[in-house]
Design a binder for this molecule. Structure first.
Ligand SMILES: Nc1nc2c(ncn2[C@@H]2O[C@H](COP(=O)(O)OP(=O)(O)OP(=O)(O)O)[C@@H](O)[C@H]2O)c(=O)[nH]1
Ligand SMILES: [Mg+2]
Length: 260
């Protein structure tokens, strides 16, 4: 597989590795900023943003809470489809924030009405295709199930922006505590294969086995996110925010992901 598709294992110690400790103390600065149900309700782009995406119930909100070391920053729930808006979080010093995270609504939850499903998927597709500030995507995939057809559809959808390296990708194989060592190795190998097909000389793709319960992969995930923030180009907000204006109209270039 392409060396740029980097498989990380929890080798480093979150307590003793100074870079990891710094990264974790940065992720712990995450605090709620705002919530939006439409793209034009989002604050103008400025700080680098990272989108947390994945199937409903894959563990997006829980991963944000774990990184932030906060039990209820993002709303995690046993009921799939809990996150129905884009929730934005801000990171860095309170007087000088340096990044934002966006918890996006999950996809693939069958019980959501078709109309609502299409609407959310359009919002997500527009955000991923056009948000200028988007520096990276964290994709949560349940380690027991691997990439589902909808996950692959999403990978395909972002493959252009990921392919040029404009948008970086971190895949968290979540709920790793539910797997045996052997199953975990298999889950990692299968995911590596899928991501290998996406990797080019310009992509920046990482893969981490993750558990909110055991904190496996937490330090590695924090390191990747910290690195993205450190290297991201800050998007200067333009007067009259042309991006927000562009989002007011549905974009023919960004078809909705087909509903599950
Ligand atoms: N055992 C275990 N359970 C987890 C882990 N991460 C999440 N869960 C559980 O999985 C369920 C769904 O987690 P959420 O974080 O709400 O999932 P989500 O992706 O935000 O779901 P939506 O908001 O519906 O899209 C909850 O019951 C969590 O407690 C993990 O690492 N280990
Ligand atoms: Mg959620």
């Amino acid at each position: 597989m392409n060396p740029n598709a980097d498989a990380r294992r929890s080798g480093a110690d979150t307590k003793t590795d100074p870079a990891m400790r710094e990264a974790l103390s940065w992720t712990q600065s995450a605090r709620f900023l705002t919530t939006a149900s439409l793209l034009n309700q989002l604050p103008p782009p400025g700080l680098p943003e990272v989108a947390f995406v994945g199937r409903s119930n894959a563990g997006k909100s829980t991963a944000i809470n774990t990184l932030a070391q906060h039990r209820r920053l993002a709303f995690a729930s046993k009921t799939p489809g809990r996150t129905q808006h884009i929730n934005l979080f801000e990171l860095g010093p309170a007087d000088a924030p340096d990044a934002r995270w966006a918890d996006l609504p999950g996809y693939g939850y069958a019980a959501v009405a078709r109309g609502a499903k299409l609407r959310w998927q359009q919002v997500m597709a527009d955000y991923l295709a056009h948000r200028h500030a988007l520096a990276g995507i964290v994709m949560m995939v349940d380690s027991r199930h691997g990439f589902t057809p909808l996950d692959k559809q999403l990978l395909d959808f972002v493959s252009q922006r990921v392919g040029t390296g404009e948008v970086k990708l971190l895949v968290l194989l979540t709920k790793a505590d539910k797997l045996s060592r052997n199953e975990a190795a298999k889950s990692l190998a299968t995911a590596q294969k899928v991501l290998g097909e996406l990797a080019t000389d310009t992509t920046d793709i990482s893969l981490v086995l993750f558990s909110a319960l055991s904190r496996q992969g937490l330090g590695d995930a924090a390191l990747v996110l910290r690195q993205w923030q450190a290297t991201a180009v800050h998007v200067v907000a333009v007067d009259g925010d042309t991006e927000a204006a562009a989002h007011a109209e549905p974009d023919a270039e960004a078809p909705p992901l087909s509903p599950a």
